[in-house]
Design a protein. Structure first.
Length: 218
């Protein structure tokens, strides 16, 4: 088992909380981890990046090579796009689609979202809005994490346990809100993946019909 994950965003979005929760769940599941972090300055929209490597065998380096990441988890779409060169061809991008508008000289958001849509495996969502509906926009990071759990090789229950541990000191209400955000994000990912499977089935059926029509005409 191996998951190489880049977690990205800007200061204040809870990037390091995502990394800590996944790392805790991995350790509790008897897995090895290596982690490196770059901290930006939130008041300047500084980027925050974490390389998180998880494996069933010992890990040599804490940095993920270019083209080797299994997943990019991002709270900010431009930051997600920034790290695409680190992604494997079959890797996943899981990202919030809402821009952090305090970033200077921000490109047109539709251009960024259209580039992300070109990535074969991606899940985008308005995590800010979903979190607001659940009670706090601060839980947007847990919405995105929830979507990512569908692609993680760690039991979902271990992620839930790690969230209870991480937020436990803040009280049951905060714990439950973050668990709800996690569950909602996972639900979005499941619907997205089921939709992709259905699309593939439709395309396969269309191809078979085309072949049958060619045979009849021949």
């Amino acid at each position: 088992m191996k998951n190489d994950i880049i977690i990205a965003g800007v200061g204040g979005q809870g990037i390091l909380s995502i990394a800590a929760i996944i790392a805790t769940a991995a350790v509790n599941n008897n897995l090895y981890i290596k982690q490196s972090e770059i901290h930006g300055m939130s008041q300047r929209g500084g980027e925050v990046e974490s390389h998180l490597r998880i494996s069933s065998t010992p890990i040599a380096s804490d940095l993920i090579p270019t083209g080797a990441a299994d997943m990019i988890i991002s709270l900010e779409p431009m930051e997600a796009l920034r790290y695409v060169p680190w992604l494997k061809p079959e890797g996943w991008v899981i990202t919030n689609n809402q821009p952090f508008l305090n970033i200077p000289n921000y490109p047109p958001i539709n251009d960024i979202l259209n580039e992300i849509k070109k990535i074969p495996h991606h899940i985008m969502m308005n995590a800010d809005e979903i979190a607001r509906e659940l009670g706090s926009e601060k839980a947007a990071n847990m919405v995105v994490l929830g979507a990512a759990t569908r692609c993680l090789d760690i039991p979902y229950e271990e992620i839930e346990k790690a969230i209870r541990h991480f937020f436990g000191r803040k009280g049951e209400e905060i714990v439950n809100m973050n668990l709800s955000a996690l569950a909602k994000g996972r639900e979005i990912a499941i619907l997205k993946l089921e939709g992709e499977k259905e699309k593939m089935r439709d395309e396969e059926m269309e191809e078979r019909r085309d072949e049958e029509n060619k045979t009849v005409k021949g």
